[in-house]
Design a protein around this ligand. Structure first.
Ligand code: HMG
Ligand code: MG
Length: 318
């Protein structure tokens, strides 16, 4: 296989860090992706406190829950309670997954006005996760986006595109499928597309090549990267995405996460690990790493565990 040369080097890195937008937006997915796959029931009040702590840490976009079927994802069975009880801060966007009309009705009951719809780049995963084909997931997403925009014309709506690097059932995913679906999501009017390496199989050259192809058809500021860290490739992949102009990254405090319908998926990249790298490169996030580590310790403590992320273990709070 011929690899494209990597355009990454210290000098080049310095030039893009200094000349481009140095502000990074983190989408904290801990309360949803981080907790959805936990077997033991987590008290709603603990989820609410976790969200509160994340907001206090300076995270300005937090995915708080998902309005999905509790038969499919029991841990999210308290979605209305959690979403309607959190104390909202004006500068924070509280979003949640909405898979269908029933989910939208629940979101409205919980006063949620920022949404996430979803599709996937592999048929088998789409069927297992959303109980429909890719085509049907696009139709549903399109009608949801229309409905959401009718009620909230300026709503923040993210379109999750899962399995961009590989599928737990079908293996390799071709980049032309990802590109095609990204175009479809863009056409239906989502605010941004979150590119999910759902099972964390992407490695830097492959990941970087996909992002390069994507930014030639989708503006970089409409793309977010969502890396599960199964094989410790999340930070290298994020680093190369930065080089391609991506400035929005999904992460989860404590590195929690996984999808019940993606066997083998480990947690998301830990927010604190990501912050450590970004801040060390002179990039701004507006997020306080001490408070993120505290939030991670809080929720892991409620689950009877210690924080397993690298920074979470090494960090000495000031
Ligand atoms: P379905 O069974 O096809 O739905 O599920 P249905 O319309 O046939 O209804 C069946 C029953 O479910 C009915 O109840 C409905 O009322 C109920 P019954 O009459 O049997 O009592 N129902 C609902 N209940 C609550 N909320 C709803 C809802 N809809 C129907 N919204 C459905 C279709 C989409 C609901 C199901 O497949 C589902 O919930 N899937 C969600 C799976 C999920 O949450 N996966 C994890 C999140 S995605 C992820 O982690 C990837 C990501 O992180 C990115 C990445 O890493 O790549 C985002
Ligand atoms: Mg995920």
């Amino acid at each position: 296989m011929r690899l494209r040369p990597l355009n990454f080097g210290a000098r080049r890195c310095m030039s893009w860090v200094n000349s481009n937008n140095n502000n990074i937006r983190i989408v904290e997915v801990g309360p949803r992706d981080g907790l959805q796959n936990e077997r033991a029931t987590i008290e709603s009040n603990d989820k609410i406190e976790f969200i509160q702590r994340l907001a206090n840490a300076g995270l300005t976009t937090i995915e708080v829950t998902s309005f999905v079927s509790p038969k499919w994802v029991p841990q999210m069975g308290d979605s209305i309670k959690v979403a309607s009880t959190i104390q909202r801060k004006d500068d924070v966007t509280y979003c949640a997954i909405v898979p269908n009309a029933k989910g939208l009705q629940m979101a409205s009951e919980a006063n949620i006005d920022a949404f996430c719809v979803g599709t996937a780049a592999s048929e088998t995963f789409c069927k297992k996760n959303w109980n429909c084909s890719i085509g049907d997931s696009l139709k549903t997403s399109e009608s949801l986006v229309k409905e959401m925009r009718k009620i909230h014309p300026d709503a923040y709506i993210r379109g999750y595109l899962s399995n961009v690097m590989g599928c737990p059932y079908e293996g390799d995913v071709k980049s032309f499928i990802v590109l095609h679906l990204a175009e479809k999501l863009l056409e239906m009017g989502v605010t941004e597309i979150s590119l999910g390496d759902t099972i964390g199989v992407g490695t830097p050259v492959k990941f970087s090549n996909l992002i390069r192809e994507l930014v030639s058809i989708v503006p970089a500021d409409k793309l977010a990267v969502h890396c599960h860290d199964t094989y410790a490739q999340a930070l290298p992949n994020i680093l190369l995405s930065l080089e391609q102009g991506i400035r929005t990254f999904d992460s989860s405090a404590g590195g929690l996460g996984g999808c019940p319908y993606a066997p083998g998926a480990a947690g998301n990249v830990a927010t604190e690990d990501l912050l450590y790298m970004l801040h060390g490169m002179g990039l701004s996030t507006g997020v306080n790493i001490d408070q993120v580590v505290d939030a991670a310790k809080f929720i892991c403590g409620k689950m009877g565990r210690t924080v397993e992320s690298k920074v979470g273990k090494a960090w000495k709070s000031s």
